[in-house]
Write a protein that binds this ligand. Structure first.
Ligand code: LLP
Length: 418
């Protein structure tokens, strides 16, 4: 995490002291490094510079307009999964001809919206979806460019809730059955078959499952070509993991790009990659204040003002996130359970972790919160969504303000008949 460092014992994001930000923005808040995001994107770009590649950032990882605009300026496309994400991508300046639309449950209204905006392609996940897209396209006098998401039945070695390429998962069409589905697609007047799509899961920490999946996709693409389909695009999905733990070294982007080239290069197709986490994940810190240090009978709790509603990953996936003091003035360590304010035992960020001795009022940073942090937040317990701040060099801006209590309470209406 090269954009985070300690200067005078205080954590800095690029050249900005996080303590200084916390003086003007009450915690909890998310703090992102623009340079970190830019560097991760450029790493992908350089890694794939030898191949005709479009990098479609997976908007779901973090869909803040500032982040999308930053990536749009660098030439990124977008992988989206809803009309809302198409709207966000377009509004931030990502052009429609760089948008791919994934997801198992695209609804009629969303398909109409995507077709009217002339997106690059639909990644289709089922036969009924093909039928519906074709019908809608024909009505609109359009032809929808599609890839079919094939399910290669490989084990991604990641958390069960984020593995997607096994035959028991709801995603894609089993590769053994997909040949027929391509034949069906080619028979539909509203459809133009242009590619093959695969995505096997998220937070993959080694390349081997990708290698297996891409080998199957290569073989299958050759078969499709021999069947007469004009396959010009291969979308390899996202999923490259990041180091949540200091001791982890996930595969680097050059090795990943080399693998794509080795397995798929001979097919002369345009490659689409859909990275999310590996672009924004390590750019973000969730900054929180210790409200109380509570000594239980068996354990000590650091009760902080960020909760599972701000970052659900630990309770949902047992995810590990580094937790660091923002002001590192104490070398003595103690073991703590770090917990949030929400009324559930699952509102736990870590158990029994050795951290520098901490007092109420101290700031702590939960690292690697750039991806699947704020986007998965809720206002459970009527807690206000944590604001988001972006840092670049020596300055910062709020890129999403904290709502007011009125904002959220006034979303409700009491019926007049009550
Ligand atoms: N493409 C498709 C079709 C996807 O479903 C996903 C993620 C991506 C690309 C981007 O994957 P990435 O490069 O970020 O791994 N909330 C979970 C992760 C869910 C991932 C869902 N799909 C978490 O916090 O770990």
């Amino acid at each position: 995490q090269p954009h985070i460092s300690y200067k005078d014992n205080t954590m800095h994001m690029e050249q900005v002291s996080i303590t200084a930000i916390a003086k003007v923005i009450p915690t909890p808040f998310y703090c992102y490094s623009a340079s970190a995001i830019k560097d991760c994107y450029l790493d992908y770009k350089n890694a794939f510079s030898q191949q005709d590649t479009l990098i479609c950032y997976a908007v779901k990882a973090n869909s803040n307009q500032a982040i999308l605009a930053l990536l749009a300026n660098l030439g990124a496309g977008a992988d989206v999964v809803s009309e809302g994400e198409i709207r966000r991508a377009l509004k931030a300046g990502i052009s429609a001809d760089k948008i791919v639309f994934s997801g198992v449950a695209k609804k009629e209204s969303e398909i109409i919206f995507a077709l009217n905006n002339n997106i690059l392609q639909f990644n289709v996940e089922s036969e009924p979806e093909l039928t519906l897209i074709s019908e809608i396209a024909s009505k609109l006098n359009k032809v929808a460019a599609i890839s079919i998401r094939v399910n290669p039945n490989v084990c991604a070695n990641t958390h069960a809730k984020i593995t997607t390429g096994k035959s028991e998962n709801k995603f894609g069409i089993p590769i053994a059955k997909a040949r027929e589905v391509y034949k069906y697609a080619a028979s539909l007047s509203g459809i133009k078959v242009q590619g093959v799509d695969v995505h096997i899961g998220s937070q993959l920490t080694d390349l081997q499952p990708f290698e297996q999946a891409f080998a199957k996709v290569a073989e299958f693409t050759t078969l499709l070509k021999s069947d007469g389909h004009d396959i010009s695009v291969i979308d390899v999905g996202g999923g490259l993991g990041i180091d949540y733990d200091e001791n982890e070294t996930p595969p680097n982007k050059d090795a990943y790009a080399a693998l794509v080239n080795k397995q798929l290069g001979h097919l002369n197709c345009k490659i689409i990659v859909e990275p999310g986490r590996s672009i924004v994940g390590n750019s973000g810190v969730l900054v929180s204040t210790v409200v109380y240090v509570k000594k239980g009978e068996e354990r000590q709790f650091l009760i902080i003002d960020a909760g599972m509603n701000d970052l659900i990953r630990p309770s949902m996936y047992d995810a590990y996130h580094q937790i660091k003091p923002i002001n590192h003035t104490n070398d003595k360590t103690e073991c703590y359970d770090v917990v949030g304010p929400v009324c559930e035992t699952g509102d736990t960020f870590t158990k029994n972790r050795a951290l520098p001795t901490t007092q109420a009022g101290d700031l702590v940073g939960i690292l690697s919160c750039g991806a699947y942090g704020s986007v998965m937040a809720s206002s459970y317990n009527t807690r206000l969504a944590a604001p988001e701040v972006m840092v670049q060099d020596d300055h910062f801006s709020v890129i999403r303000a904290r709502p007011t209590y009125d904002d959220i309470i006034n979303q409700d209406t009491i019926p007049e008949w009550l």
